[in-house]
Design a protein around this ligand. Structure first.
Ligand code: BGC
Length: 746
């Protein structure tokens, strides 16, 4: 690879260059012809004179009060100048319940109920940018209704290993899908005069040792895989705040990393918002102040002991830190506050929370997120006409996931479980025989606390209770159909801890296999946020569904998919491996590292690895079935040869050739078979979700900016589009390409 890189730099002069400065121009070209892209509003500068005058009136103590937590989720107000606190709340699944001002315990309010939205994996699985916008708008309305200035969301780190504890919260393994979901989400939130806090910037792809692990990623991989969604969050969505991650990157903590915070984020991308630390992620007053961190937040120690509190005051007084540096951070915060209308709140959005309309938003997202993995016997959709009884088996049928684990949850008045969803949707004539089947049990080991579940070894109890097993088998035997709800939950998949293996916990594998033996008409439904080892089960069972921690209406949406009221259209946002060792970070034995972790697989993350190394996944990236069938035809481009800043117009036809209406996700991948540098076998560069009635067809036009074909040249520090021939492929998963054409770049 090194030799290749040197060679690349030698020939770079002959390549077509799309520099960072040029992108604006190409974006402009793109905008003129492209489908409506989501664009955010920049931070306003119209109050700069007022801000200068405010800062001139502040004492040093007042200034530093704005730079650090003065309660768990807010900074200090300066009442005499009319500056309120900057208020924040988690998070990705909905607005978190109110937390006490000085500890993690719940504040115990009775008016902080919120809508629980599908977790990140579910949203990404919709492959629907409009739903990402809807999600953002809806949760933004809730945040402003709770008087929050900053919503600590979205969480957009790339899923590097299937074991990652926060896989459920993050979107995907693919940088293109990541940015396409991230941007509309941000635009939706910020339309409500609430800032997002895009997290966790950056290279925070594991929970193990997250407080200190030093992540080593080569520059090309960083740019091509780990940063694109963050970059789009700034350049396209105008995100108002970012969260500095816990870990180190190339030897420096992210909250004091001059390269990442000043050089890349501000100087290169033009970020004008504020950087807030992850909770207790700051380590050094001077380094953080000078390297771009604006606000220090954290966990309890007296608030005056924060790095940005007494220590900062002392260092300014002793001359170690210039007061003008402090002013720079204060001014940024004030600019954001004026943009959010939080200082002078005339005309600020009011929002609404915990409403039917928002539950409906959560339903829409959930309904498009469910992935049909297998339907060999056409058991699905379940035809209820000839059915008298259904066995509903598994603890997950009743499990609620709005709260749980170590991270942000949502206190909600509504969480429809899978069992309740079926009860709501099935005709009353059908008898439901419920059996819990397995117990969610953890070892009594002292170490087996939440957030520690996997770090210290397998601490779940994986034996079945004979009585529960017997009940489950009886229910299955005595019912026409059995549905097993298996998978995990938000205590098992959790922040602060990666999983130790892909094994299904709590004895579920044994339970599923035994139920399959007694009732072949069994549908297995997984509710989880991350891949599991389901190889054996997928071979033995005919009908498999994948659902997520799927929000307030998750159970209703799932029942609607099972019964065919909704035709499934979710597609996996990550690769389901046959076994852990097939995944790139594990195949290269580079997860989770120790003091440091080297991302040895480089750019070959997720399907890029599987496709380039010819490893067969169990279910590929982008995969998901429908109750209907689609045919793709007539793929063509508007020209054969393009300039590097052109828009490539790709058209093709999709026809719904089945008996019911449905949505298909057309996916556009590119391959560069003639490249001088190492490239993945193929990369996602476009997608569109298309609704088609039975028998109808549609011509889809996708605008592919040629700059999307670029790779990052480390030596030139530029994105380069190599001239030559590229393949453009259209399919409905990364492993089901229906048609391809070639184009040339001059
Ligand atoms: C998490 C963040 C979260 C913060 C505040 C941290 O532990 O990493 O994602 O926003 O806590 O709850």
């Amino acid at each position: 690879m090194n030799i290749k890189h040197i060679y690349t730099s030698m020939i770079a002069a002959t390549l077509l260059v799309v520099s960072c400065k040029d992108t604006k121009q190409s974006e402009k070209t793109a905008n003129n012809t492209m489908v409506a892209e989501y664009k955010g509003k920049p931070i306003t500068k119209e109050f700069d004179a007022k801000i200068d005058s405010l800062v001139a009136q502040m004492t040093l103590e007042e200034k530093t009060g704005m730079l650090h937590g003065n309660s768990m989720f807010a900074t200090k107000a300066i009442e005499r100048l009319g500056i309120p606190e900057l208020t924040m709340a988690d998070g990705p699944l909905g607005v978190r319940e109110e937390i006490s001002r000085d500890s993690w315990t719940a504040a115990g309010w009775d008016n902080d109920f919120a809508t629980y939205y599908p977790a990140g994996g579910g949203l990404a699985a919709t492959w629907n940018t409009e739903l990402a916008y809807l999600f953002g708008r809806s949760v933004g309305e809730e945040a402003i209704a709770r008087d929050k200035d900053v919503l600590l969301s979205p969480a957009i780190n790339i899923i590097r290993s299937p074991l990652g504890g926060r896989t459920y919260e993050y979107f995907t393994e693919d940088p293109f899908l990541n940015k396409k979901i991230t941007v509309p989400f941000i635009v939706g939130v910020q339309e409500n005069d609430v800032a997002v806090c895009v997290k966790h910037y950056a290279a925070n792809n594991q929970e193990t040792n997250r407080d200190f692990v030093d992540v080593q990623i080569d520059e090309r991989t960083l740019r091509e895989i780990y940063l694109p969604a963050f970059e789009a969050a700034v350049k396209e969505a105008h995100a108002y705040s970012f969260m500095g991650a816990y870990n180190k990157f190339r030897g420096e903590y992210l909250c004091e990393n001059g390269y990442m915070l000043n050089d890349v984020l501000r100087d290169e991308w033009g970020f004008e918002g504020i950087v807030i630390s992850d909770w207790a992620a700051v380590h050094d007053t001077k380094k953080s102040i000078e390297n771009g961190l604006d606000v220090e937040m954290g966990t309890p120690k007296p608030f005056n002991e924060f790095f940005y509190a007494d220590s900062l005051i002392e260092k300014v007084k002793s001359g170690e830190i210039a007061e003008s540096d402090v002013d720079t951070h204060v001014k940024r915060i004030l600019r954001m506050m004026f943009t959010l209308k939080s200082i002078d709140d005339k005309g600020r959005a009011k929002g609404s929370i915990n409403t039917e309309a928002h539950f409906e938003d959560a339903y829409k997202i959930a309904a498009e997120s469910v992935v049909l993995l297998k339907n060999d016997k056409n058991l699905l959709p379940l035809k209820t006409d000839n059915i008298k009884s259904i066995a509903v088996i598994g603890h997950n049928a009743m499990k609620k996931n709005a709260l749980g684990g170590f991270g942000a949850g949502v206190k909600t008045k509504r969480e429809v479980t899978p069992l309740e969803g079926l009860q709501n949707r099935l005709p009353k004539s059908i008898k439901i025989n419920y059996a819990e089947g397995y117990l969610e049990r953890y070892s009594n080991d002292e170490k087996a606390k939440l957030g520690d579940i996997t770090l210290n070894g397998p601490v779940t109890i994986n034996t079945l209770e004979p009585k529960l097993l017997e009940e489950a088998l009886n229910a299955a035997k005595n019912s026409d159909v059995a549905i097993i709800f298996a998978g995990s939950n938000r205590d098992y998949e959790t922040e602060a801890s990666d999983r130790a293996s892909l094994d299904l916990p709590f004895g579920q594998e044994e339970l599923i296999k035994k139920v399959l033996e007694v009732n072949p008409n069994t549908i297995v439904v997984f509710i989880a946020g991350a891949p599991f080892d389901i190889l054996d089960i997928s071979q033995k069972s005919s009908s498999l569904i994948w659902s997520w921690f799927n929000g307030s209406e998750g159970g209703n949406a799932l029942a609607d998919v099972i019964l065919g009221n909704v035709n499934p259209s979710g597609k996996l946002p990550w690769t389901m491996p046959k076994k852990l060792e097939d995944s790139p970070a594990h195949a290269t034995n580079s997860f989770p590292g120790d003091e440091s972790v080297v991302y040895t697989e480089g750019i070959l993350v997720g399907y890029r690895w599987f496709d380039t190394k010819n490893v067969e996944p169990l279910y590929p990236f982008g995969y998901g079935m429908s109750y209907t069938t689609f045919e793709f035809s007539d793929l063509k481009t508007d020209k054969e040869t393009y300039n590097a800043d052109a828009i490539i117009e790709v058209t093709f036809n999709i026809k719904n050739t089945g008996k019911v209406a449905g949505k298909e996700v057309a996916q556009l991948y590119i391959s560069d078979p003639e490249s001088y540098v190492e490239k993945a076998a193929q990369e996602l560069k476009g997608f569109e979700k298309v609704f088609l009635k039975s028998g109808s067809s549609k011509t889809v036009t996708m605008q592919l900016p040629a700059k999307e074909l670029a790779y990052y040249n480390e030596v030139k520090k530029q994105w380069l589009v190599e001239p030559g021939t590229y393949k453009i492929k259209i399919g409905n998963s990364s492993r089901n390409i229906k048609s391809e054409v070639s184009i040339n770049i001059k």
